[in-house]
Design a protein around this ligand. Structure first.
Ligand SMILES: *[C@@H]1O[C@H](CO)[C@@H](O)[C@H](O)[C@H]1NC(C)=O
Ligand SMILES: *[C@@H]1O[C@H](CO)[C@@H](O)[C@H](O)[C@H]1NC(C)=O
Ligand SMILES: *[C@@H]1O[C@H](CO)[C@@H](O)[C@H](O)[C@H]1NC(C)=O
Ligand SMILES: *[C@@H]1O[C@H](CO)[C@@H](O)[C@H](O)[C@H]1NC(C)=O
Length: 275
């Protein structure tokens, strides 16, 4: 390589490094595990999250619409006007990452949209908590998937799906090899190839809807939550694969339940009974 070419290459590299430092992270969720954990009595445990970075993470301690919550049948308003979940997903290239506190499947350029009450939210990533973060009538389940969407003006909508131990989940089966290979590769993106989010089955038209927050720091509020009512199944091995990011000292990556305060929780149930 000529001297000039080398200098140009150096300048370009320097510029790219500079740009990557200056640009803010696109994901709203914290990616670095070391700053917080799930140890209930620890200095970085859920009860302390708001104190770790009071300016940015204050909502974790002082928020009034935090997630997760218990979805209690006696307390929900049953409605029929919220409409079917309008998912317009499409396949996209994805990477898998062990974030240290969870496993995340990320579509680099999004994977289509979900439309809720006239707003389009782009599907960016999916990650898993074990055991489940939300509960139904006080009951916890083995696993909870969060499909995280964001609108062009920065509003966040999460669709949550809960799983109990049982028959294999076909979407997780399709990711077995990749999940196995990423298990030991902490904080590195592993290319998965094209993943079609339409294969993440919901299998029900009933869902809970409420306004909450991200369940990890910075616990940002005004997240539009959709929790699918039907509890699906996954095998013990599938749950185990997603638990490699769950640490022994806490044995969980589920945030404790948060106060509902004055929020309303709606349960959408279509009028026709063909569900
Ligand atoms: C929470 O609010 C209280 C009272 O306003 C304040 O003293 C405290 O610093 C706040 N904590 C955080 C983490 O923002
Ligand atoms: C995925 O990436 C490959 C290689 O970059 C590209 O050829 C392909 O078109 C991409 N597929 C989708 C669905 O984006
Ligand atoms: C569903 O969403 C698509 C795209 O987001 C939109 O064009 C369509 O009108 C929506 N359908 C309903 C029934 O809301
Ligand atoms: C839908 O959006 C409209 C207009 O932004 C708002 O008035 C209405 O309350 C919303 N409906 C629901 C169910 O969120």
């Amino acid at each position: 390589m000529g001297k000039l070419a080398a200098r140009i290459l150096f300048s370009i590299t320097f510029f790219l490094v500079l740009v990557s430092r200056i640009l803010p992270a696109t994901s709203q969720e914290v990616e670095d595990e070391k700053e917080f954990d799930y140890n209930p009595n620890g200095e970085k445990g859920p009860a302390q999250w708001g104190r770790i970075h009071p300016d940015e993470w204050g909502a974790c301690s002082n928020g009034s619409m935090q997630s997760p919550i218990d979805l209690l049948d006696e307390r929900v308003d049953v409605v029929s006007h919220l409409g079917r979940l309008n998912r317009s997903y499409r396949p996209g290239n994805a990477t898998l990452r062990n974030r240290g506190h969870d496993m995340m499947l990320k579509w680099e350029r999004g994977a289509g949209t979900i439309q809720i009450n006239g707003t389009e939210y782009i599907l960016n990533q999916c990650h898993w908590h074990s055991p489940s973060e939300h509960t139904i009538n006080g009951k916890k389940f083995a696993l909870e998937a969060h499909m995280v969407h964001e609108s062009l003006d920065g509003k966040v909508a999460v669709v949550g799906i809960m799983y109990k131990i049982g028959r294999p989940d076909s979407f997780l089966s399709s990711l077995t090899k990749q999940l196995q290979s990423v298990a030991g590769s902490y904080e590195r993106d592993t290319v998965v190839g094209v993943v079609d989010p339409r294969n993440i089955k919901i299998g029900s038209r009933k869902y809970y809807r409420y306004i909450g927050s991200l369940t990890i720091p910075p616990c940002t509020e005004n997240v539009l939550w959709t929790m699918v009512k039907k509890v699906r199944t996954a095998t013990r091995d599938q749950v185990r694969l997603l638990r490699v990011a769950v640490h022994d000292d806490s044995d969980t990556n589920a945030r404790p339940l948060q106060a509902i305060n004055s929020r309303s929780v709606k349960l959408f149930r279509p009028e026709d009974k063909d569900d």
